[in-house]
Design a binder for this molecule. Structure first.
Ligand code: HEC
Length: 156
């Protein structure tokens, strides 16, 4: 009787330790799995295809228009520098290079429709968590937001 009990005990211990190992292995493997099999996460949109949510559905960019960028720079100075610097983290993220990180549509929608973006767009939600302050709607017109985008294109 005693022997049988001991065998069961050993088995139970072995099994549970095996289970533990497996769980640990899975946790350790998690990051590389994500990179290799992207199709396993359909809810995450490729950041360079993510247009965000808002009035801008599709935008085709030509060569940089310097006059427009200059207008954008003025608008940026007046309405955005309270929270953004170009190369340093401030209340919001640094914005130099943002056109390499986000699509032009996403950037304009973030400017024109931030309240909805931080609720419905995964990338904007992540930023809200990271900066724990919401991006403010500065009530720019579409033309003004387009000019700011042109300015960002000169800051890559
Ligand atoms: C009151 C502060 C505030 C003002 C004013 C503000 N922003 Fe923001 N912005 C933020 C914060 C904070 C974030 C990070 C996202 C979030 O928390 O919602 C952000 C995010 C962004 C992003 C996304 C950055 C990235 O890394 O993808 C862009 C683009 C942006 N802002 C552009 C602008 C522009 C253009 C203006 C001026 C018209 C502006 N912001 C004015 C606070 C502000």
């Amino acid at each position: 009787m005693k022997l049988k009990f001991l065998t069961i005990l050993i088995l139970v211990v072995l099994m549970s330790s095996c289970g533990g190992e497996k769980a640990k292995e899975e946790v350790a493997k998690e990051p590389e799995k994500k990179e290799v099999t992207k199709e396993k996460e359909p809810e995450k949109i490729d950041p360079m295809k993510d247009k965000g949510v808002g009035p801008i559905k599709s935008l085709t960019l030509g060569d940089i228009d310097n006059a427009l960028a200059e207008k954008g720079k003025e608008i940026f100075r007046a309405k955005c520098t309270a929270c953004h610097k170009m190369t340093k983290r401030f209340v919001g993220p640094p914005l130099a290079g943002v056109t390499k990180k986000q699509t032009p549509e996403w950037i304009m929608n973030m400017i024109l429709n931030p309240e909805v973006m931080v609720v419905e767009n995964a990338k904007a939600k992540e930023l809200l968590m990271e900066y724990s302050a919401p991006m403010a709607n500065q009530n720019l017109t579409e033309e003004e937001a387009r000019a700011v985008l042109e300015y960002f294109r000169t800051k890559n």
